[in-house]
Design a protein. Structure first.
Length: 384
């Protein structure tokens, strides 16, 4: 796989959004105390993230069609940076909710266009590997975000300077002045604006895998406390085991994807995730649960990049439309899955309710198997 200047730019753009996404999670409990709200009200910031994602799904492919990928990407990055600057002076709930939605819309738009361009640029063979590698780097950068936020809080500066680090990061990416490849015309055999049936199989697969990741991020600490008897601090810190596993898994996954087809690798990843979940769910002690989380992270690592690769592969040559529609799947997973698990946990307890996760994994596995049996017509690529 040839890593040209645009490939490196794309990795940088993915990393900028990852910094916001991973850094904003620890901010929500701080906002709860700062704004003197309930957990439910503070949780509306998660809803604001989902709203931003839905807006992107509505607008992304139209923005690319009207203004081109280049202008759309830079406008999206500027929007996210402006939202970070807005956080430095915003304290009211309505303001932080609005800025969260704005940052999510700008960041998701940037990532949507970038992933479509990256997949398009490298083609059906190397595209999935490039997506996996780029997301591996983004996860690594994302690991630094909670440390930066925590560091500025420890210094007495509050959480805002930690998130504001994103502004010079965005400026650095912009100053590289690397052109974003233009979208190719829709093939004449394709009905523009319409996606085939197999696309929605890939979309549903992405919904299942995104639901797994969201449930893990929001509820795994509660399950560790309830079943493995971990302390609150240890259970919270254990989330880094998933991210660490994801970082390593995406680097390994990018190599596997140069040798095997995306559905086959995804099936293997789902199996690894299922094994990690079983170890975590059955673990009677914290250290064994953490080992299970690392294995879970290894499996989950390629779920998202492969989901994107599959929706692009089954888009009939419409990568921008395919990726923009996929943001609905991520938003639906974020908005519904954790609340469904939480409601179930109120009735049967968090440990039993967590069995919803292997149901999502089973759904993803069945859909990946079905997609592996569907032939995809190769497209002409612009780079090897």
């Amino acid at each position: 796989m040839h890593r040209d200047r645009f490939t490196l730019l794309a990795y940088g753009l993915l990393s900028v959004f990852a910094y916001f996404l991973y850094g904003f999670g620890p901010v929500v409990p701080l906002l709860l105390r700062e704004q003197h709200t309930s957990r439910g009200v503070a949780g509306l910031h998660g809803t604001a993230l989902a709203v931003g994602g839905v807006c992107t799904g509505l607008l992304a492919h139209r923005a690319v069609r009207w203004f081109g990928r280049q202008a759309t990407v830079w406008a999206a990055i500027a929007t996210m940076a402006a939202a970070m600057l807005g956080f430095t002076v915003a304290h009211a709930l309505w303001a932080t909710l609005a800025l969260t939605a704005l940052a999510a819309a700008g960041g998701t738009l940037s990532v949507t266009v970038t992933m479509a361009a990256l997949s398009d640029h490298h083609g059906p063979v190397a595209g999935p590997a490039a997506l996996s590698e780029g997301n591996a780097l983004a996860a690594g950068v994302g690991l630094l975000a909670p440390l930066a936020v925590g560091g500025t809080v420890a210094l007495g500066w509050g959480w805002r300077p930690g998130l504001a680090v994103l502004v010079p990061l965005a400026a650095l990416v912009f100053l590289l002045r690397v052109p974003v490849p233009a979208a190719r015309p829709v093939p004449h055999t394709t009905a523009a604006g319409r996606l085939p049936r197999t696309y929605w199989l890939a979309w549903s697969c992405l919904l299942c895998t995104a639901s797994v990741e969201v449930c893990l991020n929001l509820w795994v600490a509660d399950v560790m406390r309830a079943h493995s008897h971990a302390s609150e601090a240890a259970a919270t810190a254990a989330l880094s085991a998933i991210v660490g596993g994801m970082c390593l898994g995406r680097l390994v996954g990018s190599r596997l994807l140069l040798r095997w087809a995306a559905p086959r690798v995804l099936l293997g990843a789902v199996a690894v995730s299922a094994a990690g979940f079983a170890l975590f769910w059955l673990a009677p002690v914290p250290w064994l649960a953490v080992v299970g989380l690392v294995v879970l992270g290894l499996g989950d690592s390629v779920h998202f990049p492969l989901g994107i690769a599959l929706v692009v592969a089954h888009s009939d040559g419409q990568p921008d439309l395919a990726v923009s529609r996929s943001s609905y799947a991520a938003s639906l997973a974020f908005g519904v899955s954790p609340f469904a698990l939480g409601a179930l946990a109120d009735g049967v307890g968090p440990h039993t309710a967590f069995l919803l996760v292997p149901l999502f994994l089973a759904g993803a596995g069945v859909l990946a198997w079905r997609l592996g049996r569907v032939a995809v017509a190769p497209l002409v690529t612009s780079a090897g």
